[in-house]
Design a protein around this ligand. Structure first.
Ligand code: MF3
Ligand code: CO
Ligand code: CO
Length: 284
């Protein structure tokens, strides 16, 4: 197994020009409440599509930068420049105090990894989680990438996690409970020998980065709320090669597997249509 991921050096905060529209938490670090999830109007949806397309564009761009020797800080700088170029604000920047413009989660880091001076190494896997605030809406997506040549177990973890996201999306349909999503995901992870993280889930999204709507990726009988056409939320399963139990570093952000085994994640923002789901985070 590779060396455990260690805390690195975090570079100074990057600026956002004053011409870019900022979310309400950008200065104080805390959102002033949230806008509850409900079906979106046509104009809200148009803005949401714009934000989600841009998020996908940023993700596609930073994904091309992944290779051995590149630091996650360099990926953060590139992401930051790309959000600004598209006219958006990096949603994670100062969100509850998060210091960077995307999350970079390497190997056993499950989510919320902070970009730092660690260089990616051959054989690593890294999730890049990109969120943009554009047109007054957040768009959120992520993918896990291999760095150089990875071991077959990690490649399978990545492939199965991507399949789990697709199965979760395929389970979306108006009139169904949110539980259907986890019911589609968890058995696929299990039959491949992987576990699904329970501590974090997908979420309602729109004018708020995270709404009250929680979308479990495991079969959770509490997820009784019904999907309605026009609702928008994320599906972002995190699978692990070992236990689904996680712990958080004392930096207040970095979430790692309790057993140090690897984790992968993929995320899309999706819209509930009249007969299924539409993925909003696709690049033009
Ligand atoms: N993008 C993450 C998600 O999918 C949230 C990151 S919040 C941060 O919900 F503060 F950690 F950046
Ligand atoms: Co995300
Ligand atoms: Co998300």
């Amino acid at each position: 197994m590779t060396e455990p991921v260690r805390k690195g050096w975090v570079s100074p905060r990057l600026d956002v020009p004053s011409g870019i529209h900022r979310p309400d938490y950008a200065d104080r670090g805390r959102p002033r409440g949230f806008h509850a999830s409900r079906p979106f109007s046509a104009s809200e949806l148009a803005r949401m599509r714009h934000a989600c397309r841009a998020a996908a564009q940023v993700l596609r761009h930073v994904g091309t930068l992944v290779r051995a020797g590149v630091t996650t800080d360099a990926i953060d700088r590139a992401a930051h420049a790309e959000y600004l170029r598209l006219g958006g604000y990096p949603s994670t920047l100062n969100y509850h105090g998060f210091p960077k413009s995307l999350c970079t989660s390497v190997n056993e880091v499950v989510c919320h990894g902070i970009p730092d001076d660690r260089a990616l190494g051959d054989g690593d896997i890294v999730n890049l989680d990109v969120t943009i605030f554009l047109d007054g809406m957040h768009g959120d997506c992520s993918a896990t990438y291999p760095v150089g040549v990875i071991d077959p177990g990690s490649a399978r973890l990545i492939a199965v996690t991507r399949e789990c996201l697709e199965l979760g999306i395929a389970a979306v349909r108006p009139g169904r409970p949110f539980r259907a999503i986890g019911q589609a995901i968890e058995p696929h992870a299990a039959r491949n020998g992987f576990n699904v993280v329970r501590r974090y889930g997908g979420h309602g999204i729109g004018r708020s980065f995270h709404t009250e709507l929680h979308v479990p990726h495991h079969d959770d009988p509490r997820a009784t709320r019904i999907m309605e056409a026009g609702m928008v939320f994320t599906i972002e399963p995190m699978l692990t090669a070992g236990t689904f139990t996680v712990r958080e570093w004392d930096d207040g952000w970095t979430v790692v597997t309790a057993d140090g085994k690897r984790s992968a994640q993929f995320e899309h923002t999706v819209l509930v249509t009249n007969d299924g789901a539409e993925v909003l985070t696709t690049a033009p």
